[in-house]
Design a protein around this ligand. Structure first.
Ligand code: BGC
Length: 528
């Protein structure tokens, strides 16, 4: 049923504004592919799977941190930003991966972590040794306590107070784990260091950075109390004195100048209270994209999805930026499970993928969503080591290794004879391996491949405008010019939609011309 278009390759990767409609695949390195057989994913493993990614049809990879790290937070605690952790490979492996990815037509985006370092970073080790009042301590946020109490009431995103006390009585701030001390972005040395780190990787050919906690570096002057407990539940909904402060935009402006000198892009992982605040990160002289977590958080309801889509497009459009669409990542429950789990969750996830890929802008695919992987909710207790458990919920369930082939765990994640995978892969995933899905034209993987193939070649998809069409209740229907209509039935009854045109792709087989519940379809239409 799919129709071939002119320009089947490269529409979205061509030109200097490739990022405006790129489909970017998130590689969570520890769980993607293990090249050396130690049970943990690595750079060698990714190199071996580049062909898979090119054939999937994505435009770019975002690699989660591979820098030297004690792994208190899966690599988001960096001890050396210019070195590769030996568990992930060598600097040479990173350089080869960047070159190989480019040869496959894939851009490479690295994760940079500027809000905090590891407590084993030489700067922090020196700060601890140097003592109160020293220039070494000024690179971080050290303060005296209030008597025996921490300097203020801020809470860590991972639970508990955001302050830890040293033996000499001073406290240091860590918005995440105690092993992740926050840097002091009022110190010019910190600015100079991060610009230098960016250049280090840009000189090695990377195409941009995903900026971790891009809303976090600047804190309200005087570090005032937040005034309530349960602050983490306010993340992304309300104002907090340590997130989304206006001053953070000066940092992004200075990085934009560095990025522009190389033609690289910056993607903000920013949690802001609303779409307008988020759009500030992608003003013309700031970053290129920001993850749209409001879309990720939207429930499976036509009204809610439409509201978030409209707000997102309006806010990004007001500053001339493209919108991004994200359904899952390594920090949240996988969307098959969020959408109800089992066959229902998988069915909705198929429709959600087609909706996301038809919307204007850039889309993110988190490894394994193209296989329809669910959250693993029954991992044995000994594997649950994520620092976020301090806040009541860990993230291992969305980080389980990718099942590639064969019939037994870990399903080709490690080479034959390799060690046990760092998280066990459920035996039921034997039906979800890449190999199995490639042999079944109705699989999630084949749906993603087909949708991405059509998207790459169709002039209406990617960057541009959307026009809503009248549709029965519970149905989202819109037109993309020239000549594409997308409909998603979020309701629970089949609906007849009289779309004049040819069906290009549907997430479920259409019966008697009707689009079933929790299903989506794309039609090629003839423009008037
Ligand atoms: C990353 C998380 C990490 C945190 C602290 C985030 O937003 O995505 O995985 O734990 O930053 O670096």
């Amino acid at each position: 049923m799919a129709q071939q278009f002119a320009d089947p390759v490269g529409f979205s990767t061509r030109g200097s504004r490739w990022w405006r409609d790129a489909v970017i695949y998130q590689v969570y390195l520890r769980s993607f592919a293990d090249g050396d057989g130690d049970g943990v994913g690595d750079l060698l493993g990714v190199r071996g799977r580049l062909r898979y990614l090119a054939e999937l049809g994505v435009d770019a990879l975002w690699l989660t941190p591979f820098y030297r790290s004690p792994m208190a937070d899966g690599g988001y605690d960096v001890a050396d930003y210019r070195a590769v952790d030996p568990g992930f490979g060598t600097l040479g492996d990173a350089e080869s991966l960047i070159q190989d990815a480019h040869r496959h037509g894939l851009k490479v985006i690295l994760d940079i972590v500027p809000n905090h370092t590891s407590d084993r970073h030489p700067w922090f080790e020196k700060a601890v040794d140097a003592g109160p009042g020293s220039p070494e301590r000024d690179r971080y946020i050290f303060r005296p306590g209030r008597g025996e109490l921490p300097p203020n009431d801020w809470e860590s995103v991972f639970g508990g107070p955001a302050w830890t006390r040293l033996a000499d009585g001073e406290w240091y701030l860590h918005l995440f784990a105690p092993e992740q001390p926050d840097l002091n972005w009022e110190n010019p040395e910190v600015h100079a260091e991060f610009e230098d780190i960016m250049r280090f990787w840009l000189d090695r050919g990377v195409d941009g950075f995903r900026i971790d906690v891009a809303h976090g570096m600047v804190k309200a002057p005087g570090l005032p109390d937040a005034g309530h407990t349960g602050q983490i539940s306010m993340l992304g909904n309300a104002e907090l004195p340590y997130f989304d402060q206006d001053g953070v935009h000066d940092i992004h402006r200075s990085w934009r100048r560095v990025l522009d000198a190389y033609g690289g892009i910056g993607v903000a992982e920013a949690w802001a209270p609303n779409a307008e605040r988020l759009a500030r990160y992608v003003r013309p002289d700031e970053l290129h994209q920001a993850f749209n977590f409001h879309y990720l958080q939207a429930g499976w309801s036509a009204a809610e999805l439409r509201r978030v889509i409209d707000e997102s497009l309006a806010a990004a459009g007001s500053v001339g930026a493209p919108t991004t669409w994200v359904l899952s990542n390594h920090d949240v429950q996988r969307h098959v499970t969020r959408y109800g789990g089992g066959w229902l969750g998988a069915r909705r996830a198929r429709a959600a993928a087609m909706l996301m890929l038809a919307l204007p802008g850039s889309a993110y695919v988190y490894q394994g969503e193209e296989l329809g992987l669910p959250e693993v909710t029954d991992l044995p207790a000994e594997y649950l080591l994520d620092p976020q458990w301090g806040n009541g919920r860990g993230r291992e369930g969305c980080r389980v290794p990718i099942p590639w082939a064969y019939t037994e765990p870990p399903f080709g994640f490690s080479p034959p004879g390799g060690g046990e995978s760092w998280l066990p892969v459920p035996a039921e995933w034997r039906n979800l391996t890449v190999d199995v899905q490639l042999r079944d034209s109705r699989s999630m993987l084949c749906l993603y491949r087909e949708a991405l193939r059509i998207r790459a070649g169709h002039p209406a998809l990617g960057d541009g405008e959307l026009r809503w069409l009248d549709a029965p209740e519970g149905v989202l229907m819109f037109e993309r010019e020239p000549g594409l209509v997308c409909a998603v039935n979020v309701g629970d009854e089949p609906v007849r939609l009289d779309v004049p045109g040819t069906l290009l792709l549907s997430s479920e087989r259409m019966k008697d011309g009707k689009l079933g519940p929790d299903a989506a379809a794309w039609w090629a239409t003839v423009s008037a």
